[in-house]
Design a protein around this ligand. Structure first.
Ligand code: ATP
Ligand code: MG
Length: 328
């Protein structure tokens, strides 16, 4: 092959997102250069290839979006993909939860190491907690940290849309996990349990649950499987022990509320603000509502052409959110 041919082959593998082929072609090019007596160029190429291989994760991020940007065929109706740019540090979490999530990240990052000792990284998580507690945000920030795509499976859609062959569709999703490493997020996971209480065709839902349990148990893919629910009481007891970790989110206490408010308002002038008092007023709201209150207070300051966020504004915004949640 001529050098131009090599460059064409390199570009083709780059476009296809095929990193292995890309590096293999680069190796061929290095060999070609060596045969031409261009020893220096060949060595430089080999060094670059070694450097690229040791930077696996960085390359993965670039090429991963290409092949799986759109789940194809039947999968398209079952998985929605996005590539979150979120970090765990952008979440305000109690120490107990953040240390457990950090542990998941560590075990994921060290999975080769663990597997070489016959150990498996934690990778099946069940997140439980009220609406707006940060479950979806957790799934997104774990994906962001690991630089993996986030595939959201909406179980509710899966069940109603494909009644009759739900187990087959579930298998497709679990097959996809083996084909493409990612964070697979089963949102509204209680759909199975809730449906069981509401519906008459208990048989089908049972079968779906049983298939899920079986697939989950058998699964040994490389990414994360995260299920989230607001209604743990509806979940089948057999589910809990199939997960490596069950993480419970509660409504934040005054300290945590204060940290959430401060985090959201860091870009604003809040000098002298009585944070304690604001936080006290917001206890009982979910993190999502606390964030929203802070944003609403900030908006009224900006729109009034002022700079400083005052306690009165913040408390007003909190009271408004409180009313909205109570009346819903
Ligand atoms: N711990 C947190 N720290 C900072 N912001 C948070 C936190 N939890 C939630 N939020 C804010 O609230 C929004 C909604 O949270 P999220 O969608 O993750 O809640 P959820 O638990 O998935 O709720 P649901 O059960 O309704 O799906 C987030 O996008 C974020 O702005
Ligand atoms: Mg959610």
């Amino acid at each position: 092959m001529t050098t131009a041919r090599h460059i064409i082959a390199l570009l083709k593998s780059h476009i296809a997102g095929d990193e292995d082929r890309f590096l293999a072609t680069a190796m061929q090019l290095a060999a070609h250069e060596a045969r031409q007596g261009h020893g220096k160029v060949a060595t430089e190429l080999r060094d670059l290839i070694d450097a690229a291989k040791s930077k696996d994760a960085a390359i993965e991020r670039k090429v991963a979006p290409v092949p799986m940007a759109q789940p194809k065929g039947e999968l398209a109706g079952l998985l929605a993909v996005r590539y979150p740019d979120l970090r765990l540090s952008e979440m305000v979490l109690p120490e107990t939860i953040s240390s457990r999530l950090q542990r998941v990240l560590l075990e994921q990052r060290q999975q080769e190491n663990l597997r070489s000792h016959g150990l498996r990284p934690r990778r099946k998580l069940l997140l439980i907690g009220p609406p707006g507690a940060g479950k979806t945000m957790t799934a997104a920030s774990l994906a962001g940290e690991l630089r993996l795509p986030l595939f959201t499976v909406v179980l509710d859609g899966l069940i109603t849309k494909f009644m009759g062959d739900t187990a087959g569709k579930l298998r497709l999703v679990f097959d996809a996990m083996n084909a493409t490493r990612g964070v697979y997020f089963f949102d509204e996971f209680d759909a199975i349990g809730a449906k069981r209480a509401e519906r008459n065709d208990v048989g089908e839902i049972r079968r779906v649950l049983n298939s899920f349990l079986q697939f989950l148990e058998q699964d040994d893919s490389q990414g994360l499987i995260i299920a989230a629910t607001n209604h743990p009481e509806l979940l089948d007891k057999a589910l809990f022990r199939r997960f490596d970790d069950v993480v419970g989110y509660a409504l934040p206490d005054a300290d945590l509320v204060q940290r959430i408010l401060k985090a959201r308002l860091t870009a604003f002038d809040t000098r002298g603000l009585a944070w304690d008092e604001a936080a006290e007023a917001a206890v009982g709201l979910s993190p999502a509502e606390v964030v929203r209150s802070a944003e609403n207070a900030a908006k009224s300051v900006v729109l009034a052409g002022r700079k400083r966020v005052t306690l009165a504004e913040l408390k007003d915004a909190i009271a408004e959110r409180r009313e909205a949640t109570l009346s819903s």
